[in-house]
Design a protein around this ligand. Structure first.
Ligand code: HEM
Length: 397
């Protein structure tokens, strides 16, 4: 836990950012890293952490220096195995893959599903609020991703139910080799085998997002061998991220009823509430990059080949950027928060995630005066942060 200057003048910290304690509450650690300097050597992970807002944002906007092509995770083996998926590539390859992957997720395509999304949100909110108490994670937040989004991905009915399990495992191997990583590996292998042999035309939903990858490869827009591994780009980030974001938002409004009153009184606060929730509780804690050439971060020299960890969760709570960063305040309108990343790799599903969150918040605001948390349990995952369970009682009126 020491922060000691190394010979190179870069502070060294031997914190394990992937221990249970650090996953549950990383914020005091993040503050320590931010205070230690612009770059801290995380000796256990073998990465160099960028924890301050300006440095993380600058790195995200400069893919030519901060490359994703040698993957964006921690473990060298997994990094090698997943090189070349959309998340782990640089332009020009990245632009080709992202162009195809992002087609069904464009804002104009999202408008086509807006009515269905809204109706599904209204239905689940009416039912749960009518009951008076529910699990905001498994019953509320999972509903839209597991019904609508998994249907749009279109892996076929038999395998839709496995998506959450596979995705959680894929997020777990994004950390270092610890117990969670080891337990997840067989499931990741199962998914990769499934993607290669089962998630193929004829077995997947015709016209679904997965199928559209194969259609693009038939038109020559994408090498066919890319299609199975690109399933990862749809399956991994499309469900749990949003589920956690929704659950976190409910927990925050339960703890800050004054903010809920604001939103209830004026729905134009909804987009700001979404940003503020993502800022203060970022579901994706970090990704890494590799320096393509010698480079200085805020005056700290790093050699080419250095793997840096971009700590989104820390950047979003940087007191240099957001005054009183621990305060949940939707009126700060933090549209520049980094929970979706920035630049070349900015989240391709953010319009979808915002739409899901917005639909639920609007229908909840019509019906719920107060959320009261009766129990909660944190999720323990190497890549994701948030709550696995959040039992709430709702008061109407
Ligand atoms: C609140 C929910 C979400 C959060 C917090 C989130 C977070 C992120 C972040 C931080 C990145 C940047 C990766 C980087 O910097 O290397 C990213 C990229 C990505 N996200 Fe999301 N995401 C969310 C929802 C979704 C959804 C619903 C999808 C749907 C399909 C999705 C698909 C992707 C993909 C494919 C990329 C890679 C884009 C690229 O490399 O060009 N995400 N997301």
């Amino acid at each position: 836990m020491s922060v000691t200057p190394a010979a190179t003048d870069i502070p060294v910290d031997d914190i394990d950012l992937f221990s249970d304690e650090a996953r549950i509450d990383p914020y005091p650690i993040y503050r320590r890293l931010r205070d230690a300097g612009p770059v801290v050597h995380l000796s256990r992970q073998g990465t160099f952490a960028l924890s301050r807002y300006d440095d993380v944002r600058t790195a995200l906007m400069d893919w030519e220096t901060f490359s994703s092509a040698r993957s964006v995770f921690v473990d060298p083996e997994i990094n090698k195995q997943l090189e070349g998926i959309t998340l782990c590539s640089d332009p020009p390859e990245h632009s080709t893959l992202r162009g195809v992957l992002g087609r069904p997720l464009r804002q104009d395509r999202m408008r086509e599903i807006a009515d269905r999304m809204d109706a599904a949100a209204e239905q689940v909110v009416t039912e749960l609020v009518g009951r008076g108490h529910f699990d905001a994670a498994t019953e509320l937040a999972e509903h839209l991703p597991m019904t609508l989004v998994s249907e749009l991905v279109g892996l076929g009915e038999t395998h839709r139910g496995r998506m959450l399990e596979w995705a959680a495992a894929i997020w777990d191997v994004q950390g270092p080799v610890n117990d969670r990583f080891t337990a997840a590996m067989p499931l990741v292998e199962e998914f990769l085998a499934f993607a290669a042999t089962e998630a193929v035309p004829g077995k997947i939903t015709p016209g679904g997002w997965a199928d559209q990858l194969y259609q693009a490869s038939d038109r020559g827009e994408l090498p066919r061998e890319k299609c199975p591994v690109m399933m990862l780009d749809y399956v991994t980030p499309s469900l749990d991220t949003t589920i956690l974001a929704i659950t976190n938002t409910i927990a925050l409004f339960a703890a800050h009823p004054d903010q809920w009153d604001l939103l209830r009184a004026d729905r134009s606060w909804v987009p700001h509430a979404i940003n503020e929730s993502l800022r203060i509780e970022s579901p994706v804690a970090q990704f890494t990059r590799v320096l393509t050439h010698d480079h200085e971060v805020d005056g700290v020299a790093l050699p080419a080949g250095t793997r840096v960890a971009l700590l989104y969760g820390s950047a979003n709570r940087d007191e240099r950027k957001y005054p009183d960063p621990e305060r949940f305040d939707i009126t700060r309108r933090p549209s520049d928060q980094l929970a979706f990343g920035r630049g070349e790799h900015v989240c391709i599903g953010m319009h979808l995630a915002r739409m899901e969150m917005g639909a639920l918040l609007n229908h909840l605001a019509d019906r719920v005066a107060r959320f009261e948390v009766t129990a909660s349990r944190p999720l323990l995952n190497n890549g994701l942060r948030g709550l696995e369970h959040l039992a709430v009682r709702v008061h109407t009126g």
